[in-house]
Structures are given as structure tokens and as C-alpha cells.
Design a protein around this ligand. Structure first.
Ligand code: PEP
Length: 249
């Protein structure tokens, strides 16, 4: 089954109005493969979501970097899935390793968030990935399987889920996984989905790689059979994000 290449840009907690407008202008002027070939989603901080949505070309979409785990209410500082839907924001990133590590988001909490966001009609980029210590102790697959299981326990329809494999040791470090390392985990994950969720889902769900992807290393990673795209942090704030989008072809 053909899986459309997916490139997400996670802007994290960066940017001023002027900087955000500049990035959008670069994206709007870029010549990239058509939407039939590559799906592009950028994820500005909450406060810039509507601005970016209003300025961004119509073939690119926006994602929130997080949303609350259930219906909104007395949760000071949080933003609910309903609010995102109300603003016409189609995507949300859930379970980024920075939130898992810094805000103590557990596998179960991430699974609940993914399920709730989907139930409200959002599409989800669900992040998983091992730490360096876990990789060095040989538990990479056990860790990503447990993270994926916590999502699979709560989700039945995977049509609107993109799985982002982001080894923590590669995020923001400049230490990218080799194409072989990324392919190995993506392939194992697909096998895990096949055995534990279903053959159709394993074949159709997009598994994208994240962790120090840039304009120079994207092409070789994109050439791996189970790498269906990227979630890009640092480089998504720079013009080289356009080269990463182009690696779809
Ligand atoms: C990320 O934050 O999702 C990410 C992959 O960051 P970077 O590309 O900067 O490693």
C-alpha cells in the first residue's frame, strides 16, 4: 500500500510574529512536490497557530504541539482539542519526548491524549522513542513497543495517526540516526503493529523519523523503505526545511 510522504515541522517554543511571518513567506514561495506526493504540516506555538493558518499556503497545514487529555474546563494553561477544532486546526503533535521528559507525560497519559484528540476529529502525530541509556542497554524495541501499545490500547481507528519515531538521543543534538538505524526500528515497529494491531494498519500507517534531520541527511533517510517522512525540529525554522520537503521525491 502506498503511503504518502509526510513532513512535519515542529517549531517548538520559538519565534516572534516577525520571525513566524518570515518562515511562512519562505514556505509560501517554495516550489515543492504536489500535495499528492507529500503532506506538509507545520506546528507553531499555540499563540501563532491562527496567524500561521491565515497566512500559510492552502496545500500546507498546521498542527498544535499539544492539547489537553479530555474535554476542556478548569485546567488553567491548557488548550483543549475542542478549541483546536473550533479554530480549524487539523493536526496535533502528542507525546513529544520533551513533554514526556520535562512534564512527566506517561505512556498511558499519551495514549489517552491521542484517543481523545482523535475522538474530537483531530489528526495526530504521535511521538515515541528511546533514550540513549535505553538504546545502549538494548531495550529500544521494548521501549517503543510499550509506548505504541499504550496508544494501541486506546485507539481502534488509525487512519488519522502518524507515528513519529524520534530517538531522544537524536533530538536537537545534531546526532542523527543512521539510515540503517532508523530503518531497523521502523521495520520492527511495523512488524509489531502487524502482530498486535493488524496487517492493514501495519501496512498503511505512516512511520516518520525525527531527530536532527536536515537538508544534508534527509535524502538518504527518505530512501529507506519504512521511513515515510520526517518530523523536523531545528531545521524546520530554516529555509532548508524546503529541501527536506523535496526529499519526498
Ligand atoms: C523534534 O523536536 O521533534 C525534533 C526532531 O527536533 P530536531 O530536528 O531539532 O532534532
Amino acid at each position: 500500500m502506498a503511503r504518502k510522504f509526510f513532513v512535519g515541522g515542529n517549531w517548538k517554543c520559538n519565534g516572534t510574529t516577525e520571525e513566524v511571518k518570515k518562515i511562512v513567506t519562505t514556505l509560501n514561495e517554495a516550489e515543492v512536490p504536489s500535495h499528492d506526493v507529500v503532506e506538509v504540516v507545520v506546528s507553531p506555538p499555540f499563540v501563532f497557530l491562527t496567524l500561521v493558518k491565515s497566512l500559510l499556503r492552502s496545500d500546507f497545514h498546521v498542527a498544535s504541539q499539544n492539547c489537553w487529555v479530555s474535554k476542556g474546563g478548569a485546567f488553567t494553561g491548557e488548550v483543549s482539542a475542542e478549541m483546536l477544532v473550533n479554530l480549524g486546526i487539523p493536526w496535533v503533535i502528542i507525546g513529544h519526548s520533551e513533554r514526556r521528559a520535562l512534564l512527566n507525560e506517561s505512556n498511558e497519559f499519551v495514549g489517552d491524549k491521542v484517543a481523545y484528540a482523535l475522538s474530537q476529529g483531530l489528526k495526530v502525530i504521535a511521538c515515541i522513542g528511546e533514550t540513549l541509556e535505553q538504546r545502549e542497554s538494548g531495550s529500544t524495541m521494548a521501549v517503543v513497543a510499550a509506548q505504541t501499545k499504550a496508544i494501541a490500547d486506546k485507539v481502534t481507528n488509525w487512519d488519522n495517526v502518524v507515528l513519529a519515531y524520534e530517538p531522544v538521543w537524536a533530538i536537537g543534538t545534531g546526532k542523527v540516526a543512521t539510515p540503517a538505524q532508523a530503518q531497523e526500528v521502523h521495520c520492527e515497529l511495523r512488524k509489531w503493529l502487524n502482530q498486535n494491531v493488524g496487517a492493514d494498519i501495519a501496512a498503511s500507517v505512516r512511520i516518520i523519523y525525527g531527530g536532527s534531520v536536515n537538508g544534508a541527511n534527509c535524502k538518504e533517510l527518505a530512501g529507506q523503505p519504512d521511513v515515510d517522512g520526517f518530523l523536523v525540529g531545528g531545521a524546520s525554522l530554516k529555509p532548508e526545511f524546503v529541501d527536506i520537503i523535496k526529499s519526498a521525491t
